[in-house]
Design a binder for this molecule. Structure first.
Ligand code: ZN
Ligand code: ZN
Length: 183
């Protein structure tokens, strides 16, 4: 759904959308398991920058929810995760701040996004908001043993012999010294 500036110039846009899995192009590690429901409104904010310069910002307010599966940070198994988030975002036309003194952009303004061309694609906003809402490191369960760093086996399912057979070269050097002393 493309939210066009020229439509917003006439009136606010109220939206209520359902995006089936696959419509929003997510990253490989995140799999959408149920329709993403999004509702809210878009409106135009006119920033008067003086000297007759008017910047047309898009404000997007709403919420979304969906179910996804993400990967366990230790064993890479899928972990179900439900997401429910509100958003209140402002998008400026791309390039409008390019000439502005960067130091003049306050901390609050670093939260501002940019749109290109005639408007903002709702799907792009939702993708970004969904990825931001997901936990950075999720484990399938607290006692997850993860993958063996040597053979890659899932230690929740199998125990491998790597730990007992691997000899750290630093210990091997100490072992040599010990043998010499014993002689
Ligand atoms: Zn795990
Ligand atoms: Zn192993």
């Amino acid at each position: 759904m493309l939210i066009k500036v020229k439509d917003l110039a006439l009136r606010k846009i109220v939206f209520e959308e359902n995006f089936a899995p696959g419509i929003i192009d997510l990253v490989e590690e995140v799999e959408q398991k149920s329709p993403l429901k999004a509702s809210g409104r878009a409106e135009l904010l006119r920033e008067n920058r003086g000297a007759g310069e008017i910047v047309e910002d898009i404000r997007l307010v709403g919420s979304f929810s969906t179910q996804v599966e993400i990967r366990c940070a230790r064993c890479l198994d899928p972990v179900p995760c439900s997401v429910q988030e509100d958003f209140d975002l402002v998008y400026r036309p791309q390039g409008v701040d390019a000439v502005a003194d960067e130091a003049a952009i306050s901390l609050a303004e670093t939260e501002i996004g940019y749109y290109q061309g005639e408007g903002l694609l709702l799907e792009d906003v939702l993708k970004e908001q969904l990825l931001l809402a997901l936990p950075v490191k999720q484990v399938c369960r607290r006692e997850c043993k993860g993958l063996c760093p040597h053979c890659g086996g899932n230690l929740n399912l199998e125990s491998c012999n790597c730990v007992s057979t691997m000899t750290d070269p630093r210990w091997a050097a100490l072992e040599d010294i010990r043998k010499k002393l014993e002689r």
